[in-house]
Design a protein around this ligand. Sequence first.
Ligand code: NA7
Length: 545
Amino acid sequence: MVEGMSIARDAAATGPDCDVVVVGAGFAGLYSIYRMRGIGCSVRGLEAGEGLGGTWYWNRYPGARCDIESVQYSYSFSEEIQQEWSWSERYSPQPEILRYMNFVADRLDLRKYLQFNTRVVSATFDQERSLWTIVTDKGERFCCRFCIMATGCLSIPIDPAIQGLDSFEGKIYRTMQWPADGVDFSGLQVALIGTGATGIQITPHLAAQAKHLTVFQRTANFSIPGHNKPMDAAYEKEWKDSYTQRRLAARETRNNALMRQNSFTAEALSDDELDPIFEERWKMGGLSFLYAATDFITSKRVNDAAAEFVRRKIASIVKDPDTARKLMPRDHPIGSKRLCVDTHYYEAFNRENVLLVDLKEEPLERITAAAIQTSKGLYEVDVIVLATGFDAMTGSLQRVNISGRNGARLADKWRQAPKSLLGLSIAGFPNLFTITGPGSPSVFSNMVTSIEQNVDWIADCIQFMREHGKVSIEAKESAEDQWFNHVNQVGARTLIGQGTNSWYVGANVPGKPRIVVPYAGGVPAYLKACAEITANEYQAGFHLS
Ligand code: NA7
């Protein structure tokens, strides 16, 4: 039994089982539990997985690692923890991130508040009593005053709508649901479908193990080498000695990450002048490439030159010119989709046992019992690996049957557009909080830092309510509309909002409204909006009762 909890009861019959139910035990869920306990709330955490870790629990495919340096992609709230923990690599791999999260949970004694193997299927608001009833896949019911949805931005994998997928007689592995014991591909002919960040990370590992790997690419992506390496002791010490200042500085940057941004514009520079700048960034590695100049994203001239630079790099790495040509992205500006960070991705195509199939040139027609059929050929395979992406940002919330005031369903409300006030609170759904929800910087920022800020905001809000005898808080529709319009306007002005197909705009899920879902105005502007809207005892953005 979870500590601090009485036996679950029916909300209508009795009082709440606990003050707060937290759904999800990833970075957001763990910190939410910690903070809620810190302000004296009773709390229950419900997690679908067998263990904690969220994204880092599920995505255990070979090669999975974060694209933000580990010294930054980690909690900042505890000086003890950040001093005690040591990262072994610049971008630590999934198993290490998962170990870290378990270490944090044990260090803070959070496990006792968590119930695993428990998927939340519905959340219903009782407006008479301002209480939520949370129902799980096992039929358990938990009644609480507040519900925090810490369900992640990339939690719902999507299977591609490919005819015949079900008829395949070999094994199908989804990168997001990778077997805990790993998979041995030795001697097998493997197909990989999907060349986003995940496909790009897993390719070299599949290539090294499989007898043969065929990569089915629908859209070529830009990828920059991460130059991952073992943690340098002096670098780690430098960070540990100045964590406090660095974390504060990161909180105030546009994307929550310290990236060594070049502070000049490059529009007026010649190609000969631009090349060494891009070369320096290529050597630096990873997402720092986007920070080569302040107008990297806004100047077409600079962006085109950067894209051409990467295409030349691909040509210089990949020996077969036709394969190199297929790997060169030409249909979107660099940075308008998530820039990928790799370790020997392009090099993998120089192996004898790796073949690239460009689905733009030979569309995928169907999957048969033992092969993948394109318009030009039949590729026999033993195993298919799907790295086909996620119903991002809203999927994990819409999958839960959430009913708010007057029985209104969140899935219905968001059919037209995922409106939310600051990505934290939704009009019509009192006492329900979302972490890094639509309209917050979320995936445009360092997720861990944004999570901490969101959770701190919620903790302050609940504490305020307790101190002022309030039992219900709900975003005002007018404030939500205003914020949503601002998010939309800012998003539409970016390259991301100007026609590129990506999960940032919901383009990968048929029927999803097409808008830039995360807030693209930068973290400082978001923090200012948070401060403004909650000032004056939350009156500007919320109804409190
Ligand atoms: P992404 O970036 O959404 O990539 C999914 C990939 O799967 C992408 O290459 C898609 O091609 C491809 N895809 C999807 N459906 C199909 C079908 N039907 N046929 C062929 N190919 C298909 O997901 P990731 O998991 O790689 O990365 C998500 C984020 O996780 C990443 O940005 C990081 O922030 C971490 P498409 O581009 O749609 O043509």
